[in-house]
Design a protein. Sequence first.
Length: 279
Amino acid sequence: MRFVKGHGTENDFVILPDPDGSLDLTASLVTALCDRRSGIGADGVLHVVPAKLSAEAAEIADRESGRSHGADWFMDYRNADGGVAEMCGNGLRVFARYLVDAGLADPGEFDVVTRAGVRRVQLARTGDVTVDMGAPEVLGESVATVGATEYEGLVVDMGNPHLACVTGDPVTQLDLTSQPGFDPAVFPHGVNVELLNLVGERRVVMRVYERGSGETRSCGTGAVASAVAAARLAGETSGTWTVEVPGGVLTVTLDGRASHLTGPAVLVASGEFPAFALS
């Protein structure tokens, strides 16, 4: 099985090209690939499928009133635990970089189908990638628990669920080795929890515990949710925010409606994963 390995601010992915749509991507296969000791190692899998060969992509096309007719590729994203995920901002940047580097898309702007809808990407042959992350939807407030401490946070839907908690406690010192507590009545399918500090004008430091992957070095949708929470605290709905994550720096632009995420996307290796390694 051919693969490419890539990362966006050290949020890393196994990329599986599937040009004829024939790969049976089971949960056990995903967990085997993502295992950092016996597999390739990653926070998730980016399954690269032609949109015209995916029934799921066709359903999304109907939901988006045909907008995805111009999108050639479907990003079938899976978390490291094998679970299906709606969206991944860092993953979408890496997905777009792979398409351009592999000659499957031209540099510039093009659309990609994701489970959160059709998303436009913008990139040159080298450098950072910008993705349209859609309109953040604020759904109220809730509480995350880390150890014995409760942190109030903003519930933000980025196509996937987030709880972004602004705190004065230094987030670099928090223990995120286990899933923070949350209200299952608010998040029946789990949640990505962000803990963030305001460290300057429109600048935050963020750590994240991702649903299905654990603490990761970065989270693109989480960076946008964090910017939304920080902006709300500042009484703003627009502006450009710098989000520092353990794996690097991301830029989030809010305009009161849509959101855009800019950051690096790097391909680091390619090869073949032998079938016997899955037995």
